[in-house]
Write a protein that binds this ligand. Structure first.
Ligand code: UDP
Length: 370
């Protein structure tokens, strides 16, 4: 059988590409080494609660094209992410906003908060922040940095804040209003019924094989099939047999607990634990992504972990060394005419879901000559 595309990876990037190609009358075969579709946005029902098996995913975007696209496959609820941070015995609202500053310093007005931050950073003399620590300090001052950023970030990334790129902290809003919305985006929510069903709808009409890795598939002679091109959403360094060395990733370990008869464990979907001594970064109570009223609850503790071969890669580590290494792989990829790399792992970028959708739609358009 001849297919126009072999899509390696049934995650969001691959599924969006498949859906566009199907609409355009092209044929795709999608394979995934896991036993299920949906990649890291996979959700699974447990005690009638949709559990985000590979970490919590909250859809948010300001891009109308991404929003309109995903709404063809999903109905969103009106969830707004408002995590709470626990630091020792103190509680703070996130992201950094007037509630946080009032809790931290007892200030009431934006002017007082700004003055407090200015006082704290006056002696630091940071003009051009060179790393995450300097970026964070110059934005929110020493107290917020020490209590809410330093420990969390070091746990999350396994390295000092001085050794991390500043863009990571700029993902979070900083505002001088009493607004606990974690995102600044125009559109936000959780798909009713979970993400797996959304990806399933995107893949409708596309042949999908789960439990089949690219390597095994190649070794088995690609099942006798032929392909026009390959869309590869796995790790790019692995594809090239690590010929220039290994890219680094950050991994996660999840400990999930079903609490029967416990209706309300922590009162919020997301609680961040920002002190360095607690080994997990956040605790997710999944039911609250969908305003659940179930009699039980399911809670997941998220432990950041050093990635080693065989582990699931979750985050690219976009520091200088890795970015340089990635560039070399990207050059190799640029010389290919039959294989295209996409998604967080294929492009080694810290993409959110909306950006993943846009990248995939753009690729499909280019392939279709649009
Ligand atoms: N961060 C922090 N304290 C928090 C939450 C986040 O210092 O309580 C920092 C941390 O460096 C993290 C970054 O902000 O890696 C981005 O956080 P986000 O919630 O966007 O991370 P993700 O959900 O993608 O893991």
């Amino acid at each position: 059988m001849r297919y126009d595309y072999l899509i390696v990876g049934a995650g969001l990037f691959g599924a969006v590409f498949a859906s566009r190609m199907k609409e355009a009358g092209k044929t795709c075969l999608c394979i995934d080494k896991r036993e299920h579709i949906a990649g890291n946005i996979y959700t699974e029902k447990c005690n009638d609660i949709n559990v985000h098996k590979y970490g919590a995913h909250i859809f948010h975007t300001s891009d109308k094209r991404a929003w309109d696209y995903i709404n063809r496959y999903a109905e969103f609820n009106n969830y707004i992410n408002s995590p709470v941070a626990f630091y020792k015995d103190e509680i703070y609202n996130l992201p950094f906003n007037m509630n946080t500053f009032a809790q931290m310093w007892g200030v009431k007005t934006p002017e007082e908060a700004k003055r407090k931050i200015a006082e704290q950073i006056a002696e630091l003399n940071i003009t051009e922040p060179a790393n995450l620590e300097e970026q964070a300090l110059s934005l929110v001052g020493t107290d917020v940095y020490e209590k809410l950023i330093k420990g969390y970030t070091q746990k999350q990334w396994g390295r000092e804040c001085t050794e991390l790129p500043s863009f990571i902290i700029r993902r979070l809003p900083l505002r001088f209003t009493y607004d606990n919305n974690y995102f600044n985006d125009r559109y936000q929510g959780i798909p009713i019924g979970g993400y797996t069903a959304v990806v399933e709808r995107m893949l409708e009409g596309t042949e999908v094989l789960t439990g089949v890795s690219y390597k095994d598939y190649c070794e088995a002679g690609m099942g006798g099939n032929e392909f026009g091109k390959i869309i590869y959403t796995g790790t790019i360094d692995e594809y090239y047999d690590y010929c220039y060395g290994r890219l680094e990733y950050r991994s996660l370990r999840f400990e999930t607990e079903v609490m029967e008869g416990v209706e309300n464990y922590q009162g919020n979907a997301v609680i961040n634990y920002t002190e360095a001594d607690i080994p997990y970064t956040r605790v997710i109570e999944h039911k609250y992504f969908e305003f659940g009223k179930q009699k039980d609850t399911v809670v997941t503790r998220e432990y950041p972990a050093t990635w080693k071969p065989g582990d699931e890669p979750y985050y690219p580590i976009n520091d200088d060394r890795n970015n340089e290494l990635y560039k070399k792989y990207a050059e190799l990829a640029g010389g290919e005419d039959k294989i295209i790399f996409g998604g967080r792992l294929g492009q080694y970028k810290y993409y959110d879901m909306d950006k993943t959708i846009i990248e995939s739609l753009d690729l499909a358009d280019r392939e279709l000559g649009l």
